[in-house]
Design a binder for this molecule. Structure first.
Ligand code: XIL
Length: 300
């Protein structure tokens, strides 16, 4: 196949990109997006500060622009993200009463996942809840601190009811190295959820990598999580300076794991990347395919 999306589809996978609503009027951007990618993630437009900037005031304009583009172009749509400590409005992070926050969290999930019900193939229900470092525990956030660690399973149960057709993912970064305490913490949570029937279907590994790309045991991480009975997805892939071999090895690790169902790069061109001058994507600032693009297409 001659595009990323079509090549990935040969093995039943998707190849997607994060998209910004404000760039949908840029024809160079949309030409690449429409031609190459089979799945779209809203880079910011479905986050809490965009969708519920004040309590019970839901705003879906920019999220809908992206969803409409996906529908018009026949693309899959990923949902990102329902519960996250980042890009969270101050009116939420200042809540101190557990019953209030529980109601607010569940209402947010119900309204946002309900609005997009039937359109999203996979939702990042909870994003980045684990701490960095050696604890293997949840990080401090208003959700953990006020509701306790059970907020994650509550969020998944609420999301299942709001959109029963969507795969429900836990998404995080720095969980690609099998030996990292953070990876082991997520592994134990997923194992516990599966054992107790908490509705979780997938783990999203953000895959924001440095120059060297994925850790050498990345495939072990993917297959170990998959062995718990969940799919895995590379949800925000970018690799500093985009070495072709680093990209090829990362994509190969996914292809070697049957339950690795898709890959999303976090942007289209280097000029679209959140990582400034790292040039971590598959298209350059002029919209040309980079060497890493050819390496990925060859592996897919
Ligand atoms: C980033 C966006 O790319 C930026 O535009 C925004 O300013 C900050 O968030 N992990 C995530 C993504 O889950 O939502 C983040 O996206 C990158 C890190």
């Amino acid at each position: 196949a001659s595009t990323l999306g079509a090549a990935a589809a040969q093995s039943g996978r998707y190849f997607g990109a994060a998209v910004a609503a404000g760039k949908l009027g840029d024809t160079q951007y949309t030409t690449i997006l429409n031609r190459e990618f089979g799945s779209i993630t809203a880079e910011n437009e479905m986050k809490w500060d965009s969708t519920e900037p004040s309590r019970n005031n839901f705003t879906f304009g920019n999220g809908d622009r992206i969803a409409n583009h996906a529908r018009a172009q026949g693309k899959l749509l990923r949902g990102h993200t329902l519960v996250w400590h980042g890009q969270l409005p101050g009116w939420v992070s200042s809540i101190r009463d557990a019953n209030t926050l529980r109601g607010v969290m569940n209402n947010h999930i119900t309204q946002v996942a309900g609005h997009y019900r039937g359109q999203i193939h996979s939702w990042d229900v909870v994003n980045e809840a684990f701490a960095d470092g050696n604890s293997g525990q949840l990080r401090s956030s208003v959700f953990r601190d006020v509701l306790g660690t059970g907020f994650i399973e509550e969020a998944f149960r609420t999301a299942r009811a709001a959109d029963p057709g969507a795969k429900l993912c836990y998404n995080d970064y720095n969980i690609e190295d099998w030996n990292a305490a953070k990876t082991q913490g997520v592994y134990r949570m997923v194992r516990d959820f599966k054992a107790r029937g908490v509705p979780i279907d997938c783990v999203g590994l953000q895959s924001h990598f440095g120059n060297g790309g994925a850790p050498s045991n990345f495939q072990t991480t993917l297959s170990s999580l998959a062995a718990l009975g969940v799919d895995v997805q590379l949800t925000e892939l970018d690799i500093s300076q985009a070495a072709p071999n680093a990209y090829a090895n990362t994509v190969r690790a996914c292809l070697n794991v049957p339950r690795c169902k898709g890959i999303t790069t976090w942007g289209v061109r280097d000029s679209d990347s959140w990582r400034g001058n790292d040039n971590p994507l598959l298209f350059d600032r002029s919209g040309n395919k980079k060497q890493a693009y050819d390496a990925v297409l060859t592996v897919l």
